[in-house]
Write a protein that binds this ligand. Structure first.
Ligand code: FAD
Length: 590
């Protein structure tokens, strides 16, 4: 009897092993992604076949199945995961730790109309439309503004502690562009409070499995079944993603019924940024390569005064309150310059100041300007800005005696993966939420503190929609394992590092705050060279997070550049010397 059981088990194992073997070898010739970037000379190729010549290697090929695959652990990814976890099994993937995300760095707060004695939804809607230079999608604006209060309550239920006054009402702040006090906050570290509360909730949820240090490489579509997929292909579908486990170096196939892209911003594509270095635009590049629609990439918001300290990534923010306190902007020879740009001098709005600093730096060939508070009372300065004082002092700059070196830094992306009011991308079964998405809320420019709230409102919409269709979806079978045939080496990191630096320089110098046809053209030619080199490197080296990020940065840079070239006007955050005016709106006949 025992012998029979052993025999049955052995046969079962052999059958399973043979199935695994044939699946592993059932590697279809991948169609190429050529055609993804029509402006560039050649296109990225598809994933490569992995050569499997040992039983051990076959056995470690892993296919994981989850109802929901969530790529990104910021406010967007985690709030979606918490909502859908009541309906199915969730994989939450992030490329480093759960904490490292733009969300953690948010300082100001979350905008929502909560004081109905003075504030109204209409006022918040109007403020958002004005900030967006009337390029925002009004339906998206209405949705976010009207659904914000209920999502604030959801954040509170997950443990977020917004500051309150003694009478129990929220302690609301007011920020530039808002006509009322409506910013909820937790001291000056709202993002960290949100991130930590959501992490606690996610970790204690039995239906959510967290995969830290897992890097999403590509999303899976019909392309991986051997079909030709172009931008004209109707009904492209997403079946999950190839994901690199950075601890083992293995690339697993994550199959899902629904996938959420929540990979955050693109600040790290620029030389100077307030974003953490994980913000390399991966999700946007992945979706674009899979033929999804990406929009409004030209609208990059720059913070005017980040501390200039080369090598610091992210850059340390010198709050705009310091200009409000009386800080004066000066060029390196100590001369004031804001009078050339705006009668409000250093108190002019963020975009005007950023543009003025950029112009001075570019025309003079300097890497930064100065912010001067040496004329203010030293004790007052230390009292008002203890963190800035301490940070600068640690670098040998005593801000009560020395000028502070500052430069604009890439801060926020208004565009991204185009989604509808349910957070659905142009690819079926693929949703996008948070900074990597383009909902239409921000239009040409973001109203302060509108991004965190956008993420939770759209996470809710995407969760509701995806849960409503989940039972109609199945896992896609026959997706081949990731292939590595023909790769020979782990290229020297110096090649990748140097290209990353060059991308940053190109983007900051030519595709930054002020653009021109000549600058964009120059960027195009230079990025094209790096593109060719990177694709060739990618084809022959073992896949690593670094090479994939570089590839994504080049792809993202290309999208920013191309969409900047296509906008032949100055509008919102996009400013071109060659088209300084706003295009006239076409007159619509009555
Ligand atoms: C300094 C600073 C201050 C800010 N202040 C405010 C503010 O006061 N109010 C406000 O509304 N907004 C603010 N913002 C903007 C706001 O923080 C972001 O827009 C928001 O947090 C984005 O959230 P997200 O979930 O979309 O992305 P993120 O929080 O950036 O999360 C992205 C996640 O994606 C993961 N990821 C990326 N690529 C991959 C990959 N290939 N594979 C696996 N995982 C991947 C990352 O690991 C990370 O977990 C600020 C931003 C910064 C930088």
């Amino acid at each position: 009897m025992k012998k029979q059981v052993r025999k049955r088990l052995f046969c079962k194992f052999v059958a399973k092993f043979n199935k695994c073997l044939s699946k592993a070898y059932n590697i279809r010739t991948q169609t190429s992604f050529r055609g993804a970037f029509p402006g560039l000379r050649s296109m990225p190729k598809a994933p490569r076949p992995r050569r499997l010549d040992a039983l051990a290697e076959i056995l470690i090929i892993m296919e994981k199945r989850f109802d929901f695959l969530v790529i990104g652990s910021g406010i967007a990814g985690m709030s979606f995961a918490l909502k859908v976890a009541k309906k199915g099994k969730v994989a939450l993937v992030c490329k480093t730790t759960l904490e490292e995300a733009n969300t953690y760095f948010a300082q100001g707060g979350v905008s929502s109309v909560t004081n109905l004695k003075v504030d109204t939804f209409e006022k918040h809607i109007e403020d958002t439309m004005i900030a967006g230079d009337f390029l925002s999608d009004r339906a998206a604006v209405e949705k976010v503004v009207r659904e914000a209060p209920s999502q604030i309550e959801e954040l509170v239920r997950w443990g977020v502690d917004f500051d309150k006054k003694e009478n129990g009402e929220y302690d609301l702040h007011r920020e530039g562009g808002h006509s009322e006090f409506r910013i909820l906050h937790h001291k000056d570290n709202t993002g960290a409070e949100i991130q930590e509360s959501l992490i606690k909730a996610v970790k204690s949820h039995p239906s959510i499995t967290v995969f830290e240090n897992h890097f999403a490489i590509e999303i899976l579509t019909q392309h991986h079944l051997g079909q030709v997929v172009t931008r004209q292909t109707p009904d492209i579908e997403c079946y999950g993603a190839y994901i690199l486990d950075q601890t083992t170096g293995r690339i697993d196939t994550f199959l899902s019924k629904v996938t959420l892209m929540a990979t955050g911003g693109v600040g790290a594509v620029y030389q100077t940024t307030t974003n953490p270095i994980v913000a390399t635009g991966d999700g946007i590049a992945m979706v674009y390569r899979a033929k999804g629609t990406v929009k409004d990439m030209e609208f990059i918001q720059f913070h005017p005064t980040a501390l200039y300290h080369p090598g610091d990534r992210p850059s340390f923010l010198i709050t705009e309150a310091m200009r409000g306190y009386g800080g004066i902007l000066r060029t390196l020879d100590g001369k004031e310059f804001m009078h050339k740009y705006d009668p409000r001098l250093s108190l002019a709005p963020r975009d005007i100041v950023a543009r003025a600093i950029d112009n001075e730096m570019k025309t003079r060939g300097d890497d930064h300007v100065y912010l001067d508070v040496t004329h203010k009372d030293p004790e007052e300065t230390k009292k008002h800005f203890p963190n800035i004082y301490a940070k600068c002092l640690s670098l040998g700059i005593d801000i009560t005696k020395d000028y502070i070196p500052v430069a604009p830094a890439a801060h926020y992306l208004c565009g991204g993966i185009l989604v509808d009011l349910d957070g659905r991308s142009s690819i079926n079964r693929l949703y996008a939420v948070g900074e990597c998405s383009c909902t239409g809320l921000h239009g040409g420019n973001r109203l302060a503190s509108n991004s965190l709230i956008e993420a939770v409102v759209y996470a809710d919409a995407a969760a509701k929609h995806s849960m409503s269709i989940l039972d109609t979806l199945n896992y896609q079978e026959n997706i081949p394992a990731w292939n590595d045939e023909g790769v020979t080496s782990n290229e020297e990191m110096v090649l990748i590092n140097q290209s990353v630096k060059e991308v940053g320089q190109i983007m900051s110098s030519y595709v930054g705050i002020v653009r021109s046809n000549l600058r964009l053209q120059r960027a195009w030619v230079r990025l094209d060279i790096i593109y060719e080199e990177t694709e060739s490197l990618f084809q022959r080296s073992v896949v690593s997070r670094e090479i994939c990020e570089l590839r994504n940065m080049v792809n993202t840079g290309y999208l920013i550049m191309r969409q900047a070239m296509e906008r032949k006007e100055s509008r919102g955050l996009h400013y071109s010397i060659d088209y300084p005016a706003k295009k006239k709106e076409p007159v619509v006949a009555e």
